[in-house]
Ligand binder design. Structure first.
Ligand SMILES: Cc1ncc(COP(=O)(O)O)c(C=O)c1O
Length: 442
């Protein structure tokens, strides 16, 4: 597969031109470890195309990505899924659609709600062990669609932070019945398009979805895709303009080159082979340790352990692994999330296997689990986020209106939102996650 962006950059270096354009390092950044990368770090010069008016090498590379993911169109982001979420929601706002969202959204969604002044219909999980994850019932969303009787969209996060997946097919079916759009935050699931089973949200009927290429594929941090379904009446310019609204006018060509190069990797049989090997190895690991650890299930690249159910605090296992040179994606008292990708090696597996084998917990698990609070909504998210505010101790915040989005970070799932009244449950959950200060409206 051609790599037009990467080829342009390498050709430019070979020509050794006098660089009378940005960036100021002129390809000669002093930082030793970044010198080679700096040579490729260009800006939108002649021939380099322009990310949000793409009709040259970027457009060609995006088309390759669209073919690989099987989408109607795919757009690159150098500002992560965050930018794609902002753009998706802006498009919905332009179409006058009400947003119905599963409550376990990432902070990026909430910030977009502030920027776009969105008012959200929240749906809470039917079953949930805690605030990070839960099972959402499509019929709860359908009930809101029925009641609304006006243009709407459903917004889901799948896989969620632990790797649990929603039944996207069922949600897509409902959405299309009600002429609603289905938006999926698939930040953790770019690899799903390349499994033998069709599990990527676009393959399952979502209208829009974002994938953080940097989370589970070999791309630089910040690299992401906004995908649009193939039978959609595409207005490419409107989508690019929505992305441009929130993005820098100076996209990173290093990130773009990594997305471009990634197409070549995704197109090669070796990638699917490596992905298959990692998944088989993870399944083996899970079987091997199933008597000692309780696994969360869901997406296979998320090797998530329910530490509390396994009999120890998640932070104890994470600290222990850290001492053995293994750094996990996330840990709290209840869970440990390890995120794999096809780039992990047999040596990585061997080291983890050895460490898990030798782990002897010393501490008792945290028994009480927190449920997602359901605080009363008092005003719009934007109104509260932009209001005069003060920071006060959480334990003194009962009855006050939350101003800033306060979350355990990572993984950034909201406990109480801007514009909601803080109740006793919110306080208990904040304290449970070690949050001691909260911003409230004055
Ligand atoms: C579920 C989810 N959505 C969105 C994001 C934002 O993605 P990015 O960091 O690529 O902007 C994250 C980041 O961790 C996430 O976990």
């Amino acid at each position: 597969m051609r790599t037009p962006i990467y080829d342009f950059l390498t050709h430019y270096i070979q020509q050794n031109p006098v660089r009378l354009h940005m960036p100021g390092h002129k390809g000669r950044l002093g930082l030793p470890a970044l010198q080679q990368a700096a040579a490729l770090d260009l800006t939108e010069i002649a021939g380099a195309d322009s990310l949000f008016e793409a009709d040259g090498i970027i457009a060609e590379s995006e088309m390759h990505a669209a073919q690989l993911f099987g989408t109607g169109a795919t757009f690159y982001s150098c500002a992560g899924s965050t930018l794609c979420i902002q753009a998706m929601l802006m498009l919905m706002k332009q179409e006058g659609r009400t947003v119905i969202a599963a409550r376990n959204v990432h902070r990026a969604f909430l910030n977009a709600a502030v920027l776009l002044d969105l008012s959200i219909h929240w749906i809470y999980p039917r079953e949930s062990d805690d605030i990070l994850s839960g099972r959402y019932d499509p019929s709860d969303f359908e009930a809101v669609l029925q009641q609304l009787g006006r243009p709407a969209c459903i917004y889901l996060t799948s896989p969620d932070y632990l790797g649990r997946m929603a039944d996207i097919g069922a949600f897509a079916e409902i959405c299309h019945r009600y002429h609603a759009k289905l938006l999926v935050d698939n930040a953790h699931g770019a690899h799903l398009a390349f499994l033998s089973e069709r599990l990527h949200p676009i393959q399952l009927g979502a209208d829009y979805c974002c994938d953080s290429a940097h989370k589970t594929l070999s791309c630089l941090t910040g690299a992401a895709y906004l995908h649009v379904r193939n039978d959609y009446d595409l207005d490419m310019n409107r989508i690019r303009s929505a992305m441009a609204m929130f993005a820098s006018t100076s996209p990173s060509y290093l990130i773009l080159a990594s997305l471009d190069w990634c197409n070549r990797e995704l197109a090669s049989p070796l990638f699917r082979e490596q992905l298959g090997e990692v998944l088989t190895r993870l399944q083996k690991l899970e079987e091997e340790f199933s008597s000692r650890y309780v696994f969360c299930g869901g997406d296979l690249l998320h090797f998530s352990i329910d530490a509390a159910a396994s009999g120890f605090p998640g932070t104890e296992l994470a600290d222990y692994l850290n001492r053995h040179g293994i750094v996990v994606e996330y840990a709290d008292l209840y869970y440990v999330v390890m995120l794999f990708s096809p780039a992990n090696t047999e040596e990585d597996f061997r080291r983890l296997e050895e460490a898990l084998e030798l782990f002897v917990p010393q501490q008792l698990p945290r028994k009480t689990r927190f449920q997602l609070p359901r605080p009363e909504k008092v005003c719009r998210i934007r109104e509260a986020a932009l209001a005069p505010q003060e920071s006060i101790p959480v334990k003194k915040s009962l009855g006050r209106i939350c101003a800033a989005v306060k979350v355990p970070c990572p993984p950034a799932v909201p406990i109480v939102l801007s514009g909601e009244r803080i109740d006793e449950n919110c306080i208990a959950v904040c304290e449970g996650y070690g949050i001691s200060e909260i911003n409230v409206i004055l």
